[in-house]
Design a protein around this ligand. Structure first.
Ligand SMILES: [Mg+2]
Length: 405
C-alpha cells in the first residue's frame, strides 16, 4: 500500500488578491496588492501572482512595492468578502468530499476514506474540487492541492507547486522527493529552529532524514521533535484520538436571567469558562455548539465549524453571529443554556499559524494570566458583568489596552 494517500489539503493561491480579482474584473491578470489602507507606510497584506513576479509579497512596505512594480493596483482589504468566499469554497469542496479541518481562511484539509485513498481516485477528486471551486464560486480562485499519507505532508505537498498545483507524495517516493526542499520549507521550522538544526549539524533536508527519532527529539528539546519525525516520515499520528473530544458548560437560569438579554449574558459567561478550560488543557476547538431550552419545552440550537481556535473572543463572535439570525419573539422564557466546544485538537497538532499568534489569542492569554494572578473573574468581557453578582468587579472592558498584551 505504498501508493496510498490519506489526506488531501487544499490551499487557495494568493487568496485575498484572487477574491479581489474575482470581484473586480478590471484587476484580472494585473499586479494587485491588498493593503490595509492607502498609505505608503503600511505593508502589503497579500499580492496577486502578477505582483509576486515583481517581488511584491506579504509584509513589503507599500511605498517599496510601488517602486518595485510600477502600475501596481492597490486595493483595500475587504475581510467580509474574504469570509463570504471562504464559506462558499467550503460548500463547494463539500460537494466532493467532507472537510475534516478548516486550518485557516484559505486552507482546508480532508481525511480520505476507503477507495478515496487510492492515488488515482484521490487525484480525480482533487481535480474535481479545483474545477468545482472555479465553476461554482469564481474563475479567479485557483488552488494548490497536496495529497499525502498524513495532514502535515499534505500541507508540505500543497506548497510544492504554486499556483494551480497538484502534488502527490506517496510513501514509495518518500523521502527522496523532499530532498530538493529547504529546511525552512517545512512548516514548524522557522528561523530559530533552523539555527538549532544547524547547531546539530543538520543543514539539508537529506541530513535531517538521516537522523533518528531520538535525535530530532533532542534538536527540538521535547516531544514536538518526535512528532515532527513521525510527520516527515509519513506516519499518520494526527489520527490518534485525543482522550477528550469536547468541553461543555451548561447552566439553569435563575429567574432574573429568564429573558433574551439574560440568557445571552449567561451564554457568554459559559463561553468564558469553557474557553479558559480549553486553553488550560492545551486544546483548540473546531466546532462550536449552542443550545437554549425554553419553558414550553422548545429549544433553539445552532452550531458551526470554526478555524481551529481557543480564544474567548472568537467564540463570543460566533455566538453573536448565531444570535443575530434568530427571531426571539417566537420563543417563550428561556430556562437553560448550554454550549459545547467540540472537535478538539491538541496543541501539538494545531497547525502553526502563518502570521504568528493573532491578537485575539494574545488577549485571551493575557486575561488568563491576570485572572490567575488577581483571582478568578478579575478580568472578563463586559457582556457577562450582569451575571457575576458574587465577585466584585475590578476591571471590565471590551477593548483591551495594548500595554497588557
Ligand atoms: Mg494560500
Amino acid at each position: 500500500m505504498d501508493k496510498k494517500v490519506d489526506w488531501l489539503l487544499l490551499d487557495l493561491n494568493s487568496y485575498f488578491a484572487s477574491v479581489e480579482q474575482e470581484l473586480d474584473p478590471s484587476l484580472r491578470n494585473k499586479p494587485v496588492a491588498v493593503v490595509p489602507t492607502q498609505a505608503d507606510s503600511t505593508s502589503v497584506i497579500a499580492a496577486s501572482y502578477e505582483a509576486k513576479a515583481f517581488g511584491v509579497k506579504t509584509g513589503v512596505r507599500v511605498g517599496d512595492a510601488k517602486r518595485m512594480c510600477p502600475g501596481l493596483k492597490l486595493v483595500e482589504a475587504r475581510h467580509d468578502a474574504y469570509i463570504e468566499y471562504h464559506h462558499a469554497i467550503i460548500k463547494a469542496i463539500e460537494t466532493c468530499l467532507p472537510v475534516s479541518a478548516v486550518l485557516s481562511i484559505d486552507e482546508m484539509a480532508c481525511k480520505l476514506m476507503g477507495s478515496e485513498c487510492n492515488v488515482d481516485k484521490a487525484t480525480e477528486i482533487a481535480l474535481k474540487i479545483k474545477h468545482t471551486i472555479k465553476t461554482t464560486v469564481g474563475t479567479q480562485l485557483g488552488s494548490s492541492i497536496g495529497l499525502a499519507p498524513n495532514r502535515y505532508l499534505a500541507k508540505v505537498a500543497s506548497d510544492m507547486q504554486k499556483p494551480d498545483g497538484l502534488t502527490i507524495l506517496t510513501k514509495d517516493i518518500l523521502p527522496h522527493r523532499l530532498f530538493t526542499l529547504k529546511l525552512r520549507d517545512f512548516p514548524g521550522v522557522g528561523a530559530k529552529m533552523e539555527e538549532r538544526l544547524h547547531k546539530f549539524g543538520i543543514r539539508t533536508v537529506e541530513q535531517m532524514f538521516q537522523k533518528d527519532v531520538h535525535h530530532l527529539r533532542e534538536v527540538w528539546g521535547g516531544i514536538n521533535g518526535e512528532r515532527f519525525w513521525h510527520w516527515i516520515h509519513g506516519h499518520d499520528i494526527a489520527d490518534i484520538k485525543t482522550t477528550q473530544s469536547s468541553i461543555s458548560q451548561s447552566h439553569v437560569l435563575s429567574p432574573e436571567h429568564r429573558n433574551t438579554q439574560g440568557v445571552y449574558a449567561v451564554l457568554q459567561r459559559l463561553i468564558h469558562k469553557a474557553a479558559y478550560r480549553l486553553r488550560q488543557d492545551g486544546m483548540w476547538a473546531t466546532h462550536f455548539y449552542v443550545k437554549v431550552k425554553y419553558m414550553n419545552d422548545t429549544k433553539w440550537e445552532a452550531s458551526s465549524k470554526l478555524i481551529e481556535c481557543q480564544d474567548t473572543l472568537s467564540f463570543i463572535e460566533a455566538l453573536a453571529a448565531f444570535w443575530s439570525r434568530q427571531k426571539f419573539k417566537e420563543y417563550p422564557r428561556p430556562i437553560k443554556a448550554a454550549i459545547v466546544l467540540g472537535g478538539l485538537v491538541p496543541n501539538e497538532y494545531h497547525n502553526l499559524s502563518l502570521f504568528g499568534e493573532d491578537k485575539k489569542s494574545q488577549l485571551s492569554k493575557a486575561m488568563d494570566k491576570l485572572n490567575s494572578k488577581l483571582g478568578k473573574n478579575s478580568v472578563y468581557f463586559a457582556g457577562i458583568q450582569d451575571t457575576k453578582t458574587a465577585a466584585p468587579t475590578r476591571i471590565a472592558f471590551t477593548n483591551i489596552p495594548d500595554e497588557i498584551l
